[in-house]
Design a binder for this molecule. Structure first.
Ligand code: 48N
Length: 322
């Protein structure tokens, strides 16, 4: 039976792209082909040698997968913008609960992790106020209990553990060094706003390309269609608060709320409680929210980022299952 014809809103189901694996080009396979153990290598370095390789094989191994992923995730179920602590926590929760969902994470930095990987490592330990230790327990990240809060001995232990778990899920693809430079929209008029839209995906480009729009001719973007986008692009930085700023410029939000001063106790509750679908098809979480409705910042404590991610995932599953 032939597949249903694609329609505007129901594109042909995404095909898994299985590219032919080229045979070795004139490279003899390793003599013994056996995988050695580290112990067998020790004290035997004189005869040590790597298996043979051609440089083109390395390039093909990388580019074949990268472009197959771009093809495969061109239709995603959920796109998460920003691989900081909130975005990664959201991805972890979603992938853990719904292995059937195809999730693309778009991260402008070459290195994911956001503020938890950058500023979060300056004084190296990471603080999370209770009850966020429940997230650390779920991840298996050890911590010291200090009563009302817990301390992970190094912020990198949290972020690297979270990142390794997220990247291990087969239904997640991280496109790093890639910036979301616009949102895909569809008309979604409401009684109160005939110009309302719903978000239907993202427009992306390599970050270095996005940063040179002003000194090069227009550079065509790449697009990813998805019925739900979760934006966690943080409150500052070259691309910070991207989606909410774009909503203002496309008149879907009246104005930005302006992040307030540092007040841990007010900020963390507000960010978690207010994580929500800001416009149809777009959930905002983490510190990007502080730019929507003027929440305070909380400084060097990360419990709200983790639990905002948990809440964003819960909101997403409510919407996906509607
Ligand atoms: O870490 P951030 O900036 O954002 P969150 O919300 O995950 O975590 C915020 C947290 O680090 C804090 O700011 C702490 C709690 N301090 C608060 C305070 O008081 O100062 O991660 C956002 C990520 C970054 O990695 C950006 O590179 C990325 O989003 N990003 C984008 N990626 C793709 N396309 C874009 N347009 C874009 N904009 C930002």
């Amino acid at each position: 039976m032939s597949p249903p014809a694609a329609t505007f809103e129901n594109p042909i189901a995404v095909r898994e792209v299985n590219l032919p694996v080229k045979k070795n080009l004139g490279v003899k396979p390793a003599a013994n082909g056996q995988t050695k153990t580290l112990t067998e290598m020790e004290d035997n370095w004189e005869s040590f040698t790597f298996s043979p390789i051609r440089e083109s094989q390395v390039s093909r191994a990388m580019t074949r997968r990268y472009f197959a992923d771009l093809d495969n995730y061109a239709e995603s179920d959920i796109v998460i913008v920003g691989a900081g602590s909130c975005g990664l926590s959201t991805a972890y929760e979603l992938a853990k609960k719904r292995p059937d969902l195809k999730i693309a994470i778009i991260e402008a930095g070459v290195a994911p992790g956001g503020g938890a990987w950058l500023g979060g490592q300056l004084f190296s330990a990471m603080v999370m106020r209770k009850p966020a230790e429940a997230f650390l327990n779920d991840l298996g990240v050890p911590y010291e209990d200090e009563g009302d809060f817990v301390v992970v001995k190094h912020a990198a232990l949290f972020t690297s553990t979270l990142l390794s778990k997220v990247l291990s899920f087969p239904n997640i693809k991280l496109f790093n060094a890639t910036a979301v430079e616009d949102l895909i929209t569809r008309p979604n008029p409401t009684a109160s706003d005939p110009n309302a839209v719903r978000i239907a995906g993202v427009v992306t480009n390599w970050t270095l390309v996005s940063m040179h729009h002003d000194d090069q001719s227009c550079m065509d973007p790449n697009t990813i269609n998805a019925p739900l986008v979760i934006s966690t692009t943080g409150h500052d930085g070259p691309f910070g608060a991207f989606s909410v700023k774009r909503l203002v410029s496309m008149q879907q939000l009246e104005k930005l709320g302006g992040m307030r001063g540092l007040d841990m106790r007010t900020a963390e509750d507000a960010i978690v409680k207010r994580t929500r679908e800001v416009v149809k098809g777009l959930i905002v979480g983490g510190m990007e929210l502080s730019e929507v409705d003027g929440a305070n910042r909380m400084g060097p404590t990360f419990g709200a980022m983790a639990l905002s991610g948990v809440k964003a995932a819960e909101e997403a599953l409510r919407i996906v299952d509607e």
